[in-house]
Design a binder for this molecule. Sequence first.
Ligand code: ZN
Ligand code: ZN
Length: 212
Amino acid sequence: MGILIDLHVHTKRYSSCSTVEPERLIKQAVRAGLCGVVITEHYRQWEARELDELAERSGEPGFLLLSGFEYASAQGDVLIYGLTASQAAEFEPGWPPGTAVAKARDFGAECIAAHPTRTGMGFDEQIVSIPLEAIEVSSVNLREHEQKLAMGIALNAKVPPVAASDAHELQDVGRYVTEFEDPIRSMSDLQEALRRGRFRLLDGVFAGMKTH
Ligand SMILES: [Zn+2]
Ligand SMILES: [Zn+2]
């Protein structure tokens, strides 16, 4: 078994749509068998100092707590990994997704399309022309047929799929996860793994879909 990480989680600290208490996040993630989570709030990113404080208080030394950013583009949401909190603050909601991804890349960050086929919040065919490290194909916010469509987009775009919970409630943390092949100890390790495609959907998470 590789390193299990939930790449997409919201807490109530900065995502008003989430009920997850940050103080309970890590224990729940450990219970779900995860090695790490990335907090990806809407519109703003946790600062490193805030992550350190929460991780220290968790009583789970060695658990990997990272912060990314879920950017609301004109078309769909983009998960960005590798920005500083102040770089994330430069992103104004509503840019075309390609513009946001280009800016993220200028900062050296990696991008994943979040729930690309979610009703009313998805990307159009142009998604294949956006340089993404991965496409999220399953989460609690994608229904079964939306997951199949998202997998189709990933295959068509030749972009690897990831699974992530997009948890807004505590019990959803870790419900969908991605497995990494190499040890991940920092955001830069995660970025490198994303760049190199050293990850995969967990067996069973996508059961029944691989044959299509
Ligand atoms: Zn939300
Ligand atoms: Zn989200």
